[in-house]
Design a protein around this ligand. Sequence first.
Ligand SMILES: Nc1ncnc2c1ncn2[C@@H]1O[C@H](COP(=O)(O)OP(=O)(O)OP(=O)(O)O)[C@@H](O)[C@H]1O
Length: 280
Amino acid sequence: MTEPTDEAAAVEPLLRLRDVDVHYGSSGHVLHSVTVEVPPAGIVAVLGPNGAGKSTLLRAVSGTLPLHDGRLTGGGITVAGRALTGRDPAASVRAGVVQVPEGRRVFGGLTVAENLRAGTLGLRRSSRRPAVVGASADRVFDLFPALARRSTRRAGLLSGGEQQMLAIGRALMAQPRLLLLDEPSLGLAPAMVAVIGEVITAINRQGVGVLLIEQNAAMALRLASHAYVLDVGRVRLAGTSAWLSGSDEVRRLYLGAAADDVPDAAPAADERPDLRRWVP
Ligand SMILES: Nc1ncnc2c1ncn2[C@@H]1O[C@H](COP(=O)(O)OP(=O)(O)OP(=O)(O)O)[C@@H](O)[C@H]1O
């Protein structure tokens, strides 16, 4: 079911997946004619139970399906009107699409600063000049003061929340126009979930679009303007977050327990993101 609307989309979406099909291996048909859009500088959430296909959807956008023995077998993907279909991960990054993988995969043996520099590896040479990389790192440190104080610490010694900040910071080093976030709240303490929510809002306010995959539906619907509910590889519900939050099905299946997960408690002062401009 899709929220009724009278208006055709007037502007080209930042991201458009149209009728996307994905298979794994020789037979596993996992996404079935999935259509999802992110408006320019919007936040859009994708909700759904385990195994619904949320990570697969992100892999299709980031060009990483082949790394998982998967392939796009139908439909198309565009970023700001330009086709992404069939491109490799580096091409997606150069198109401004950068993924923060599930599970805060930072390089534990490298320092915070080295992890950030690693975020620029897929970029064109002009974007990897020391002055550009340094300015990007400064902006990440402005956004995450806790990382600035730990820039020489090995990433493996950071707390889970700090590692999530670092994973997001590393993605920002690639100067994305669309950030793909895979379960950023997973395994974090409630106060840190609130911090990450603030960070996502702050980044988005600077003009970066966000496609947010979340099991924490209360958090996702609070941050996003629109959301999609995936179920067994199909879009089951789609609409504004306000409309979905009022839907009996979403309330029953996703908001029952999760509504209590995001506290109103303010995060500690030094964990608050700095809201200065990110976009140069
Ligand atoms: N590399 C793979 N090879 C074969 N099947 C896969 C592969 N990765 C995922 N799948 C299958 O695809 C389906 C969707 O998985 P996916 O990880 O995209 O779901 P999800 O909604 O992200 O779930 P979760 O929250 O548990 O990660 C599942 O049935 C899963 O078993």
